[in-house]
Design a protein around this ligand. Sequence first.
Ligand SMILES: [Zn+2]
Length: 259
Amino acid sequence: MPFPRKIKVIVFPSFIWPALALLALPLLAFVALASPLSGPVALYYGSPLKGTTVALDPGHGGIDSGAHFESTMLEKEIVLEIGLELRRLLEQAGARVMITREIDEELSYHFPDGSMARHRRDIRGRARLINASQAHLLISLHINTIYDSSVRGPIAFYVPEKSESKTLAMAIHKNINPLFSADAKAGQLVHQHPQESSAYFILNETDMPGILLEIGFLTNPDDRLLLGKKSFRKKIARAIFLGIVDYIYGDTEPEEPAP
Ligand SMILES: [Zn+2]
């Protein structure tokens, strides 16, 4: 009969567990920092947006560049990049997302009525896609321009008939304003309040609460500098995402009255 093998039993010294815990701390810190929601924002657990459907509408596309600065900064490209990043964050949090376009294209082919001008078919095509998605909320993404180059900052437009839209606009502003106001010079006019408007087809012709978010002004040098940075576009997507979470969970502080 062979001699039974000795079974090795390793006895850890009593200090090993605290030591292992200490070693694990940098790893945990790395995981937290690598999270898409790291930075000056809250972390979340689980799927806070499970059961929520969000419609995203990056404006323009294809032959329609939207606003532009020289030939280097095109509204259609900036809003698509932000829209796709926002979709990633929303899906990661458990939401279902319908985005009207994923590539550089205009959407008139979704409304094939030859008697109508292309841009009218484009906007109707978007509304058709958005309504078919039965989303709980709509975020339409745009970049602003104005003759006065000192005007800057984001504006969320909503139709006054939809009270939930104003709540959504306030939640988005609450999260997006700090990105602009932190950078504002003394006395600089920064748009930081939701605005009523019945002028937008996409808001009038869609069924759910929604906003048209003008993310900043391409005509303002400070906004242009920010909007040109990929890191800032990611921050914008994150701020809109957090605004949506706040809206869903009813965490929308009333907007301060304009001074
Ligand atoms: Zn636009």
